[in-house]
Write a protein of this length. Structure first.
Length: 90
């Protein structure tokens, strides 16, 4: 049993010796850089989404308005009921 413990300790020491050592400050700097990149990506995607809807929103509203003008009263009523059926009621 003692021999296995010694071999395991030697193996652990060998593995640890191969591992590159980085300081705590370096580790924190790497983590901060990764976190910053993550937030930058989220911000970039959010900005892209907002810009898209700033352009597309009014165009879609115009298309919907024109479609509503061409609908019959029954079709409009059905569209309203369809929308209300998926809206959560509090």
């Amino acid at each position: 049993m003692r021999r296995r413990e010694v071999e395991a300790a030697a193996l652990r020491a060998e593995i640890e010796a191969r591992q590159p050592r980085i300081s705590r400050e370096e580790l924190l700097a790497r983590l901060a850089a990764k976190e910053k990149l993550l937030f930058m990506a989220v911000d970039r995607d959010t900005e892209k989404w907002v810009r898209t809807w700033q352009v597309a929103g009014p165009l879609l509203a115009e298309i919907e308005r024109r479609e509503l003008e061409q609908m019959t009263d029954e079709e409009r009523q059905q569209a309203i009921e369809d929308v209300l059926s998926v809206v959560p009621v509090d």
